[in-house]
Design a protein around this ligand. Structure first.
Ligand code: ZN
Length: 356
């Protein structure tokens, strides 16, 4: 165990569906039948091909199975391994890539019920995000309503890059349902590939895809601010997961500058955007995109103007760091405690009920 990480709350763990057969018992009979009759294959996130060796850290792979598909191994390596008191499961099964709204809703229901029965019921330290069919905001809100009574679901999960900017009014039923139940909305890196991940067309390499995800997050954050989501839902928290955060100071300066000049067109944004973001937006830690040497991370947080922004995460089983180096070195103890415990508890009211 890594000294100094004990008692943390891991805000980004990835359980893998072992195969589509695991979901059959949780699908409505009509859809279970459709999977059999139509020969539906496993839904795999193209951003994180689960069988690609690079997707998982070598020591967290499972021979002959997807990394993250063993609950015992995830709990041993990600929770026991880092001494975490709790962890949030963000299941990236590719429900959001389906074109059928009904099929996406059926798979989201099955996935959430599978998470409850096969993971949350089996280890009291586990919590989960509600997977929703973003293809239909109405059905997504219905799924939040259906699952919100189970307080082990602590967040609503959306993909970073889907069909449209996330601030659009058509998506507001999702934010209304999340806010009604005190659930933060987690936006995870990844794309449904309806659009290129760059603003100028398709890149060739995964390196380009991964680097450009940060632009996607900036686009979504700007959309959420400018369309007025944070003004309409002042209690809503948004967590950017695997977004990186070293871009934040320059982004805040730029957004603030143009808001000052152009705010007459968005009068509902009635206070400086950096203030809104510092209050309502959080960022998971891994992958850390700052140099680990020196005090770069501290300077970035100082420039961003808050030590409440970062939430501890390992991104298990993805390969963001080696060994036990989940936290950058040289952080003051008070900041470590904030990142590991205080900030996650302040962000997720449902975690506070059980893990404070
Ligand atoms: Zn992740």
């Amino acid at each position: 165990m890594n000294a100094g990480l004990e008692g943390g709350i891991d805000c980004d763990l990835h359980p893998a569906v072992p195969g589509i057969a695991a979901l059959i018992p949780y699908l409505d009979p009509q859809w279970a039948d459709a999977v059999a009759q139509r020969g539906v294959h496993d839904l795999e996130p193209t951003s994180y091909p689960l069988r690609a060796p690079l997707t998982s850290r070598p020591d967290w792979r499972i021979a002959g199975a997807k990394a993250g598909s063993s609950r015992g191994q995830l709990c041993a390596q990600a929770l026991d391994g880092f001494g975490s008191r709790a962890g949030i499961l963000n299941c990236l099964y590719a429900v959001t890539t389906l074109f059928s709204e009904d099929m996406a809703a059926a798979f989201a229901r099955a996935l959430n019920d599978w998470l409850a029965a096969e993971w949350l019921d089996k280890d009291a330290r586990l919590r989960a995000s509600i997977v929703v069919p973003i293809q239909s905001p109405e059905l997504a809100a219905a799924e939040i309503e259906r699952r919100a009574a189970d307080r082990r679901f602590v967040q609503v999960l959306l993909p970073c890059l889907a069909d449209q900017p996330l601030g659009r009014r058509s998506l507001w039923p999702i934010y209304a349902a999340a806010a009604r139940h005190g659930l933060p909305v987690g936006i995870h890196a990844g794309s449904t590939y309806r659009h290129p991940v760059t603003p100028v067309g398709w890149p060739s390499y995964f390196t380009e895809d991964y680097v450009n995800q940060a632009q996607g997050f900036q686009t979504q954050l700007t959309s959420l601010v400018c369309e007025g989501v944070f003004s309409k839902f002042p209690t809503l928290k948004v967590v950017l997961i695997e977004s990186g955060f070293t871009w934040l100071p320059a982004y805040l300066w730029r957004l603030h500058k143009y808001w000052r000049g152009l705010r007459m067109e968005i009068p509902w944004v009635d206070r400086p955007p950096p203030e809104i973001i510092r209050e309502q937006v959080r960022f998971t830690l891994q992958p850390v995109d700052a140099p680990v040497e020196g005090d770069a991370l501290l300077r970035i947080l100082d420039q961003a103007g808050s030590d409440e922004l970062l939430l501890f995460s390992t991104d298990y089983p993805h390969w963001q760091f080696d060994g036990q180096d989940a936290l950058p070195p040289l952080l003051p103890d008070s900041l470590k405690t904030r990142i590991l415990i205080d900030n996650p508890l302040a962000t997720y009211p449902r975690l506070k009920e059980d893990f404070a």
